[in-house]
Design a protein around this ligand. Structure first.
Ligand code: SDX
Length: 431
C-alpha cells in the first residue's frame, strides 16, 4: 500500500487490490473504487451517498466542519457583500468574475431572453388555480423543450449556451406567472429596463392597472437570496439534474427533474415548512416543547431549517440571511413575531445536548422564509424562489457533466434482499 493508495483484500479469493487515492484542490481525498468490482467482485454500499463522491466538479466547494462555502473559490460572504446575482451567475457558469464589458453583455443577453413563447400561457390554464407553484414549475419547465427546439441538442456547445441562458432568464417569468395564476391575476410581462431581482418582484407584485415602483430594499434582499441559493455542490436536486443529464436528456427536462427533487420538505421544500413550523409554535415561550418533540425518537417531527448532510457547523448562508432579516424588517418598519420565535428556537436548540451532539445548526432555510414573508410572498412560493436562484447552479453542473469525458450514464448498483429465484405458480394452484 502506498500513501496514494489503499489495499483491500478480497476474503472470497484472498486477492488484494490497490485502489488509488485521488486529491482535489481542497477537501477530503477520495478512494477511486472503479476497479473494486472487476478485481475483487464487490460493490460498495452507501445508502444516501453519505460518503460517496459522484463526480469531479470545479463549481462549488463546501467545508461542512468549518462552515465554508465557495463559488468558484470565492467565499459566499464576500459575494453576498460585494457582488450581485447576475455577476454570480456569470462566475458560476464561466468560472471567473466578469470584467465590466463581459458583465454588461451577459446581463443584456439574459435580459433579452426573459420572455416565454406566448403559447406557454395555455399550459398554465391547464392547472387548477390552487395548484402548488412547484407543480406548475415542474410542468412548465419540462414543457420548454417542446418550444425551444433550437437549444436541445446537448452535443452542440451553442445549443447548450442558449439553453443555459434561456433557463436562467426565464425562471423568474415562469415563477412569477405561477404566482399570478394562483391569484387569478393577469400575467405581467418582463421589463428590459429592470435588473433581474427588480424584474422578478414586478412580475410577482405589479398589476396592469397601475405603475409599480420596485422597493430598492426588497430588490437588494431578493438579489441576495438568489446569490445565497445559486449552487451547493452535489445536493439532492443538483445530483438529480446530473443523473438525468447523464442519460442524454435535454436541458429543460433535466432542470424540471431538479425542480421536482428540490420540492421535497427535506430539501428545498424546508423553507416552506419552517414558516409553517414557526407559526405552529406561535410564541417564543412554547419553543421548549417543540424542541422536546424534535428530540423524541418516537416522534417523526424534526426541526425544519435545522441540520444538514454536509454542514456540521453554522451554514454560512444562514448567518448572512439572519443579518439581512433584521435589516429588511427594520428598513421596512416591520415587526414579525415569527423572527422572535426563530431566534428563541435557534438559541434553545444550539444549547441543547441533543443538537450539539449531532452538530445540528440552522441551515439556509431557517431564516429565508422570514425575509420572503416580509417581502409579501405566500409560503407556497418559497420553494419556487429557491428554484429560481438555484437554476444557475443546476445548469452549470449540467454543462460540467456534459463536458466531462469520464462521465457515463449514472446507474447505481444495489444489495438485493428479495426472494431467491422461484417458479411461477398457476392461479388454480395457489392457496
Ligand atoms: C437544503 O444538501 C444540500 O446542500 C441541501 C441545501 C442546498 O443548498 O441544496 O443546503 C438545501 O436542503 C437544506 C436542508 C433543509 N432541510 C431541512 O431543514 C429539514 C430538516 N433537516 C433534516 O431533515 C436533516 O437534517 C437533513 C435531511 C437536512 C439532513 O439529514 P441527514 O444528513 O441524513 O442526517 P440524519 O437524518 O441522519 O440525522 C442525523 C441525526 C439523526 O438522529 P439519530 O438517528 O442519530 O438519533 O440528527 C437528527 C436525526 O434524527 N436530526 C434532527 C434533525 N436533523 C437531523 N433531529 C431534529 N431536527 C432536525 N432538523
Amino acid at each position: 500500500m502506498t500513501s496514494r493508495s489503499v489495499s483491500i483484500v478480497g476474503r472470497a479469493n484472498n486477492k488484494t487490490v490497490e485502489l488509488p487515492i485521488m486529491s482535489g484542490t481542497l477537501g477530503t481525498d477520495v478512494i477511486d473504487i472503479r476497479a473494486l468490482y472487476r478485481e475483487l467482485g464487490y460493490f460498495t454500499f452507501d445508502p444516501g451517498y453519505t460518503a460517496t463522491g459522484s463526480c469531479q466538479s470545479k463549481v462549488t466547494y463546501i467545508d461542512g466542519d468549518e462552515g465554508v462555502l465557495l463559488y468558484r473559490g470565492y467565499p459566499i460572504e464576500q459575494l453576498a457583500e460585494h457582488s450581485d446575482y447576475m455577476e454570480t451567475c456569470y462566475l458560476i457558469l464561466f468560472g471567473e468574475l466578469p470584467n465590466a464589458e463581459q458583465k454588461a453583455k451577459f446581463v443584456y443577453d439574459i435580459t433579452h431572453h426573459t420572455m416565454l413563447h406566448d403559447q406557454i400561457t395555455n399550459i398554465y390554464r391547464g392547472f387548477r388555480r390552487d395548484a402548488h407553484p412547484m407543480a406548475v414549475m415542474c410542468g412548465v419547465v419540462g414543457a420548454l423543450s417542446a418550444f425551444y427546439h433550437d437549444s436541445i441538442d446537448i452535443e452542440d456547445p451553442w445549443h447548450r449556451t442558449v439553453a443555459s441562458y434561456r433557463m436562467i432568464a426565464k425562471m423568474p417569468t415562469i415563477a412569477g406567472w405561477a404566482y399570478k395564476y394562483s391569484m387569478g391575476q393577469p400575467f405581467m410581462y418582463p421589463r428590459n429596463d429592470l435588473d433581474y431581482a427588480s424584474n422578478f418582484l414586478r412580475l410577482c407584485f405589479a398589476v396592469p392597472t397601475e405603475d409599480f415602483e420596485v422597493n430598492p430594499v426588497l430588490a437588494k434582499a431578493m438579489d441576495l437570496i438568489f446569490i445565497l441559493h445559486a449552487d451547493h455542490a452535489q445536493n439532492a436536486s443538483a445530483s438529480t439534474v446530473r443523473l438525468a443529464g447523464s442519460t442524454g436528456a435535454n436541458p429543460f427536462a433535466c432542470i424540471a427533474a431538479g425542480c421536482a427533487a428540490l420540492w421535497g420538505p427535506s430539501h428545498g421544500g424546508a423553507n416552506e415548512e419552517v414558516l409553517k413550523m414557526l407559526a405552529e409554535i406561535g410564541s417564543a415561550d412554547k419553543v421548549g416543547d417543540w424542541v422536546l418533540k424534535a428530540k423524541d425518537p418516537d416522534d417523526p417531527f424534526r426541526l425544519f431549517g435545522f441540520g444538514h448532510r454536509v454542514y456540521k457547523n453554522h451554514d454560512p448562508r444562514a448567518r448572512v440571511i439572519q443579518k439581512a432579516c433584521h435589516e429588511v424588517l427594520n428598513e421596512l418598519g416591520l415587526h414579525d413575531p415569527l423572527l422572535e420565535v426563530a431566534i428563541a428556537l435557534e438559541k434553545v436548540a444550539l444549547e441543547d445536548d441533543y443538537f450539539v451532539a449531532r452538530r445540528l445548526y440552522p441551515n439556509v432555510d431557517f431564516y429565508s422564509g422570514i425575509i420572503l414573508k416580509a417581502m409579501g410572498f405566500p409560503v407556497s412560493m418559497f420553494t419556487a424562489l429557491f428554484a429560481v436562484g438555484r437554476t444557475v447552479g443546476w445548469i452549470a453542473q449540467w454543462n460540467e457533466l456534459i463536458e466531462d469525458p469520464s462521465q457515463k450514464i449514472n446507474r447505481p448498483r444495489q444489495l438485493y434482499t428479495g426472494p431467491p429465484q422461484r417458479d411461477y405458480v398457476l392461479l388454480a394452484d395457489r392457496g
